[in-house]
Design a protein around this ligand. Structure first.
Ligand SMILES: [Mn+2]
Length: 351
């Protein structure tokens, strides 16, 4: 996000100083220009050159930062919000929470846009909200549609609103990482989820914004590491672990929720699974409560880090020993607003 470089300097005052807001604006402009240059280069390049660029599952340029890490939190709360999907409830929920841009830490769990009526308002608001966000499948699909439209291709009717999207709005999508983590809280945010047992740095992009279920496929060799020898057995197994196959929808092969099998650390906050609504697993919390289908928009709210360290001895102990933290350890409060209307027929729920 555009504010990351500002936040690395640390927020110590309650009010945003003038240099901080100009820092955000300048960083935003620089990022937008860099991205536009990169896009111009890629659309001028040959097909072969374009194929050589790493792309996301929907053929968008891979963001410069895939796993965003926040090392310096602001002194206020940590707020994580589920799939807003272009609904105005995002702004209503922020009002209800009395979100303070200067002190609170805000992370959006992806699928910021599409299906709802105010996608472009959200894309315009995000750079000004001092927040972070992860890439959802809809965010990436919208960006892909916009890039193809700019290349002269027809727009799919379900992305008609993308016709009016500006370079600046597209740049917000282009910069979205796949995860945002805050090591000091012991948490990570991802849109859809992770494969249990796989380190986050090795997670697949498709999995991170599409997975809902996993199917158990027996046991296999666990982590391997290369021995410092030239023998033929250069890799050694560190034991057998369960093997899983990721599934997008239960009808594609059954299985069970990936989040039920997640052991952590870190504790994962995610969205994407509106069918299951709120998911409260020991080390994973699902926040997509189907706002765009007439449900609710839900936030997980955690106290300022300084307060958490005073009031949650279990949090302090588990962080010290490297164990995964629970919602109770994190003193999570769930806050929601009801959708004002059904913006999208629930028939398209699993899309
Ligand atoms: Mn999604």
């Amino acid at each position: 996000m555009t504010t990351a470089s500002c936040d690395r300097g640390g927020h110590t005052s309650k009010r945003m100083r003038p240099w901080q807001s100009s820092c955000i604006v300048l960083a935003g402009l620089a990022l937008t220009l860099a991205i536009m240059r990169r896009l111009a280069q890629s659309s001028r390049g040959s097909q072969a050159a374009r194929r050589a660029l790493p792309v996301t599952p929907y053929k968008c340029p891979v963001p410069a930062v895939i796993h965003q890490r926040i090392d310096h939190v602001k002194p206020g709360r940590l707020i994580i919000i589920g799939d807003s999907h272009g609904t105005p409830e995002l702004f209503r929920l922020l009002d209800k929470l009395r979100y303070d841009i200067a002190t609170d830490n805000l992370i959006l769990a992806g699928d910021l846009v599409n299906k709802g009526p105010v996608s472009r308002s959200i894309l315009n608001a995000v750079p000004k909200m001092g927040c972070w966000a992860v890439r959802g499948n809809h965010d990436d699909a919208v960006l892909s549609a916009w890039l193809q439209f700019r290349d002269g291709q027809q727009l799919n009717p379900k992305f008609e609103w993308v016709r009016d999207m500006t370079d600046e709005e597209a740049a917000v999508l282009l910069g979205l990482p796949f995860t945002v983590s805050i090591p000091e809280y012991g948490i990570v945010v991802v849109h859809a989820g992770f494969m249990p047992g796989v380190p986050i740095a090795h997670q697949d992009m498709w999995v991170m914004y599409k997975i809902r279920n996993v199917v158990h496929e027996g046991e296999g060799p666990g982590l391997t590491h290369r021995l410092p020898t030239n023998t033929s057995s250069a890799e050694t197994s560190l034991g057998a672990i369960p093997r899983y196959r990721p599934i997008e929808k239960a009808k594609d092969g059954g299985g069970e929720a990936w989040a039920a099998l997640w052991r952590g650390p870190p504790h994962v906050f995610f969205g994407h699974d509106a069918v299951r609504r709120l998911q409260l697993h020991p080390h994973a919390t699902g926040l997509d409560t189907g706002c765009v289908y007439g449900g609710q928009l839900t936030a997980a709210v955690m106290p300022p880090l300084a307060d958490l360290r005073v009031h949650s001895p279990a949090f302090v102990a588990k962080m010290r020993s490297g164990e995964a933290v629970s919602r109770e350890d994190l003193m999570v409060e769930l806050v929601a607003v009801d959708a004002a209307e059904v913006y999208s027929p629930p028939g398209g729920l699993a899309a």
